[in-house]
Design a protein around this ligand. Structure first.
Ligand code: UDP
Length: 376
């Protein structure tokens, strides 16, 4: 079976890396082709290195201030050529980016089966996140195999009349990637974050870069972070800032220069996992971090108005706070001041999987094609 993985951003690389490794181990049955779209090129490449992923194709679509129409049309056109040359038996995409949507559309038009990793997430708000919510709905309806991280994600698809035989509950591959990375840290005896002088304070780790937060949202969030750093003299805020100028300028104009705030370029996965482990609490609009934090027993304040990962809230590890300055300060203060509340949010069990999602996905792919020979 020839399987083509197509992806373009950092979270897709992290979440497809465990599947890449798993499929690589099944050479008796599976021939793997890997295509990167380059949607977020500079953020993506270090992650390929870290996970040992070799790209066979690089569409290299990135252009300055790229819009969604450019990403979608460039990936669609690029994929058409690759698909007609490689003629894969299946195209695998992950998540909800415009790259994933366009790659599945190209495969669907070529009548090549699509496998969707992390299928069935829904916020039920077409504009939150934008354009991801609509991308993921479209992908579900093109996919032949839907790999759902949780029962709830599967239920969402069932409600939309997606064929039951296409749905598999596998867990989320991000937990496979996290466990792999934690083991690597353990084997190397590494634990301390790469940033210096963090151990003296309680670290609030921050990432936020969603399109819907550009402007007012990021401004309010940055002001809230400055309030927290001004109020608590044992707090160190570490903000990993996305290179998008809409994010960088807003964040740096408010936070740079404060003596308890570190504005840093986004670290690679190993360094970022070390930072998560060393943090006291995490403030983020990221999806992947909401999934990783419960495994690390870190509380998460979600800087968005809705989440398509309600499991993180229901298990107690996360709270949806939005980007209102006062509310963010209040919720963070509760965690900084109230040990019982902190304990409540950090003694949870992870609802997103057991670290074996990619094995289940590879099994389902083999079963789809009627080959079950797992001998390597
Ligand atoms: N991440 C990272 N370095 C950073 C920020 C995030 O390695 O500076 C990882 C994080 O652990 C998670 C993923 O990148 O696995 C999340 O990426 P992002 O927030 O861009 O996307 P989303 O999860 O919202 O799709």
């Amino acid at each position: 079976i020839k399987v083509l993985l197509a992806f373009g951003t950092r979270p897709e690389a992290i979440k497809l890396a465990p599947l890449y490794k798993e499929l690589r181990n099944r050479t008796n049955n599976i021939q793997l082709v890997c295509c990167i779209t380059g949607q977020h090129r500079e953020l993506l490449l270090p992650f390929l290195d870290f996970f040992g992923i070799q790209a066979d194709y690089d569409l290299n679509i990135l252009k300055e201030n790229q819009g969604l129409v450019h990403i979608t049309s460039a990936v669609l056109g690029g994929m058409e050529k690759i698909l007609s040359k490689e003629k894969p038996d299946m195209v695998i995409v992950q998540g909800d980016t415009s790259s994933a949507f366009a790659a599945s559309l190209a495969a669907f038009y070529a009548k090549i089966p699509v496998g969707h990793v992390e299928a069935g997430l829904r916020s039920y708000d077409r504009f939150q996140p934008f354009p991801e919510e609509v991308n993921r709905v479209f992908i579900s309806h093109m996919a032949d195999l839907n790999f759902c991280p949780t029962q709830r994600a599967a239920d969402n698809l069932i409600k939309e009349q997606v064929s039951l035989s296409s749905i598999f509950i596998t867990g989320n591959t991000v937990i496979d990637a996290l466990y792999f990375t934690l083991k690597r840290l353990h084997d190397r005896g590494e634990d301390k974050p790469d940033l210096e002088n963090l151990s003296s304070g309680r670290v609030i780790l921050v990432t936020a870069h969603r399109r819907e937060s550009f402007g007012e949202g990021l401004r309010n969030l940055s002001l809230a972070l400055r309030d927290l750093a001004d109020t608590y003299d044992d707090v160190v805020v570490v903000y990993s800032v996305h290179p998008n100028p809409n994010v960088r300028q807003a964040v740096e104009s408010i936070l740079k220069g404060h003596d308890r705030i570190r504005v840093i370029p986004p670290p690679g996965y190993l360094s970022f996992v070390k930072l998560m482990k060393a943090s006291y609490l995490i403030i983020t609009d990221s999806g992947g971090i909401q999934e990783e934090a419960p495994s690390l027993n870190k509380p998460v304040l979600i800087a968005r108005n809705v989440t398509e990962r309600p499991e993180a809230v229901e298990c107690g590890a996360a709270r949806v706070v939005g980007t209102d300055r006062t509310q963010m300060v209040q919720e963070a203060s509760k965690l900084l001041n109230d040990p019982a509340h902190y304990r409540f949010m950090t003694t949870v069990s992870n609802p997103f999987g057991d670290g074996h999602a990619s094995e289940r996905i590879a099994d389902a792919i083999e079963a789809f094609f009627g080959v079950h020979l797992k001998d390597k």
